[in-house]
Write a protein that binds this ligand. Structure first.
Ligand SMILES: [Zn+2]
Length: 338
């Protein structure tokens, strides 16, 4: 089996790796229908942090169950499944509270850019569909595995309610699907912060009512203008840099909510500044498993088409071009077909 392995800065190769096997009775092996490149994959791709050894890549997946361990009850050979990037038992206290990405037995699923994948804790991790979906639904179903689930968490963690005024900071695939999620939660106004034409267009398609192209302090001033000087009820930070976090907190009204779902790099918050903002902060690695059944249902109903974030589809053996296109912002998100 040939899978994607990162060797160093901007050096990703498809190379021979052993086929995954059932290691524990709770494992499943799936044949990947589609996988993709995540915005967070670009951090190690750009050498942040530097690699100490070659690293298999990919944590977004859906596919057909090939084999299950003797203890697996929920998934059967031949079924279509989607899972999250953190395998979880879905029974421990953290899972029961809805934070499966902090499961006491969590395991990162980090080698999905490959034709086959071993999924640990299959009963707690995988969600099955009643039928094998048609090929055109697969990209949208794949998004539920991470990017849509993370956008949904961004909206949920920022307390988006019907009638709310929402700001989405970040126009990557997560930010765009955070717009879609806020729309599904009946936000009244959704400001998408973007200066990229194709992304602005998709943000509008997903439900953004306004586009704000200014950034930093100018971006904050624009949001203040547009909200009568009060700030937004819910601000969804989908980047993870000090600038984007600062912009998010400063755009929020007193008592409003900030969610942060982008992997943070270099963010430091000053206690005293935070104290006087009066905002609620809630974020972290998205507990995608909590949302999977609902998001899969939404996709299958045809009400949403989150797969629109894939503007580049490549065979897995062109994985290097898939990363390059996202790194150079020529593509929003690359779909990879094994
Ligand atoms: Zn758990």
């Amino acid at each position: 089996m040939r899978g994607a392995v990162l060797h160093g800065p901007r050096d990703i190769r498809l190379e021979e790796r052993g086929e995954p096997k059932i290691a524990l009775p709770t494992d499943a092996i799936i044949r990947i229908s589609a996988t993709c490149v995540c915005g967070s994959d670009l951090w190690p791709y750009r050498d942040t942090p530097p690699l100490t050894q070659p690293r298999p890549m990919g944590h977004e997946y859906c596919g057909i169950v090939e084999e299950v361990g003797s203890a697996v009850r929920s998934a059967k050979r031949g079924q279509f499944v989607v899972g999250s990037f953190f395998a979880s038992d879905n029974t421990c206290p953290n899972c029961t509270y809805g934070y499966q990405s902090s499961c006491q037995h969590k395991e990162f699923v980090g080698d999905a850019q490959a034709p086959w994948l071993r999924v640990p804790l299959a009963d707690g991790t995988l969600v099955t569909t009643s039928e094998v979906p048609s090929a055109e639904l697969v990209p949208s179903l794949l998004t539920t595995s991470d990017v849509f689930g993370t956008g949904w968490f961004a909206a949920d963690a920022a307390n988006v309610k019907p009638g709310a005024t929402v700001v989405v900071v970040g126009d990557g695939a997560v930010g765009l699907l955070a717009v879609l999620s806020a729309r599904q939660m009946s936000a009244a106004r959704i400001f998408a912060m973007s200066r990229h034409e194709a992304r602005q267009k998709l943000a509008r398609e997903f439900g953004a009512t306004d586009i704000v192209s200014e950034r930093g302090d100018e971006g904050v001033a624009r949001i203040m203008d547009l909200t009568s000087g009060i700030g937004a009820d819910s601000v969804l930070e989908c980047v993870g840099t000090p600038q984007s976090m600062r912009q998010a907190i400063s755009s929020t009204r007193k008592g409003g909510y900030v969610s942060y779902v982008g992997m943070p790099h270099g963010i430091e918050l000053k206690g005293e500044e935070l104290f006087y903002t009066h905002v609620h902060l809630h974020g972290g690695p998205a507990p995608v498993r909590r949302y999977l059944p609902n998001l899969i249902k939404l996709v299958l109903s045809g009400k949403v088409n989150p797969g629109r974030v894939f503007d580049l589809t490549l065979p897995l053996d062109q994985v290097a071009e898939g990363y390059r296109a996202m790194d150079e912002r020529r593509a929003i998100k690359t779909l990879l077909l094994p």
